[in-house]
Each structure stands twice: as C-alpha cells, then as structure tokens.
Design a binder for this molecule. Sequence first.
Ligand code: HEM
Ligand code: HEM
Length: 152
Amino acid sequence: MIPIGAETPQAIRQIIPWLALGHGIFNALVMLFFCYQGWLGHVIRVNRLAGGPPPLPAVRRHRRFGPWLVVLGWSGFMAGLLIVLIDKGRVAAYPLHFSLGFSIVLAQAAAWGVSRKIKGRGLTGRAPHRLLGMLILSLYPLQVLIGLAILL
Ligand code: HEM
Ligand code: HEM
C-alpha cells in the first residue's frame, strides 16, 4: 500500500520536493520530444502539399515515436497524480494543473487514435490529427508555467 497524506512517514515526505522536481524535468523533456514530433509532422505536411514523394525518414520516425510519446505523456501525468496522492492524500489538490494535465493526455490519446485513420496518401484524419497536435503543443507550455508556479 502507498502511504498517503498525513500518514506518509517523514522520511518519504522529505523526498517529495525532489519527486516534484523530477516530475517537472521529465515532463519538460517530454514536451520537447512532442515539439520534435510536431516538426516531423510539419515536414510530412509540407512535402505532401508540394506534391513530392513522402519524406520517408520523417514519416517512419513520426510513426515510430508517436505511440511511445503518448505513453511518456501519460506516465508523466500518472506520476503527478501519485506525488500529489502521497503528499496531500488526494488527487486534484491543484485543480488547474490537474485539469490541464488531463486535457493534455486526452488530446494525446485522441491524436494517436485519429492517426490510425490516416492511410497512404489519403486526406482522412490528417486535419483533425494536426489540430490535436497543435492543441497538445499549445497546452504544454501553459502546464509548465502552472507547474513551476506550484513548485517555486
Ligand atoms: C500523439 C502522437 C502522434 C502519433 C501517433 C502520430 C501519428 C501520425 C501518423 C501515423 C501520421 C501519418 C504519416 C503519413 O503520412 O504516413 C501523422 C502525420 C502528421 N502528424 Fe502526427 N502523430 C502524433 C503527434 C503529432 C503531433 C504532436 C503533431 C503536431 C502538430 C503532429 C502533426 C502531424 C502532421 C502535421 C502530420 C501530416 C499531416 C498531413 O500530411 O497533412 N503529429 N502523424
Ligand atoms: C515543468 C513542468 C511541470 C512542473 C514543474 C510540475 C510540477 C508539479 C508539482 C510541483 C506538482 C505537485 C506535487 C506535490 O504535491 O508537491 C504537480 C502535480 C501534478 N502534475 Fe505537474 N508539473 C509539470 C508538468 C506537468 C505536465 C506536463 C503534466 C501532465 C501532462 C502534469 C501533471 C500533473 C498532475 C496530474 C499532478 C497532480 C495534480 C493534482 O492531482 O492535484 N504536470 N506537478
């Protein structure tokens, strides 16, 4: 069982700030990976609109990294939940950071889900996928700012 809230032993309480810092660094790195993923997507789109052959290295990387990035994004979210549970004995202790984090992981799952509809050179799914990607990339920096406000 995880010791939670007031029951958490002092020895564990002392490492909570370090866990929170690790959570922040991890999620900031994941955000940078998502930026790279977005840039790969941009390369794919620019090539498609120019009518050229698909940029295979970028397509392969974007396809290979995507599901792993979603797993990393979800892990960072779950880690946040776990730290707050140990610290405060409940989740959603920071409602804004919590709901924005939840929106980010939902958008990640949706971007992954929609990407499975993209087939060959077809247009199906591409526009919503790109919008969801841009939503993820816009929400992350806000979440980082709110996280830093909690941490500092
Ligand atoms: C969540 C994880 C992601 C997965 C699983 C994923 C998957 C995919 C797949 C399978 C394609 C089709 C590639 C092809 O043409 O064969 C694609 C295209 C694309 N992705 Fe992602 N992607 C992810 C995240 C993102 C993010 C964060 C962005 C940022 C905006 C993004 C932007 C794009 C764009 C612009 C395209 C090209 C669409 C077009 O041709 O108009 N993707 N993605
Ligand atoms: C630089 C970036 C970030 C920093 C500095 C940060 C910092 C923090 C801190 C200090 C806490 C509270 C831990 C405690 O109880 O002491 C927390 C909780 C949490 N974080 Fe982050 N965070 C960051 C990014 C993210 C991201 C990107 C996500 C999700 C995608 C996320 C999801 C969560 C969640 C779900 C919680 C629990 C909130 C609750 O249940 O009240 N965080 N974070």
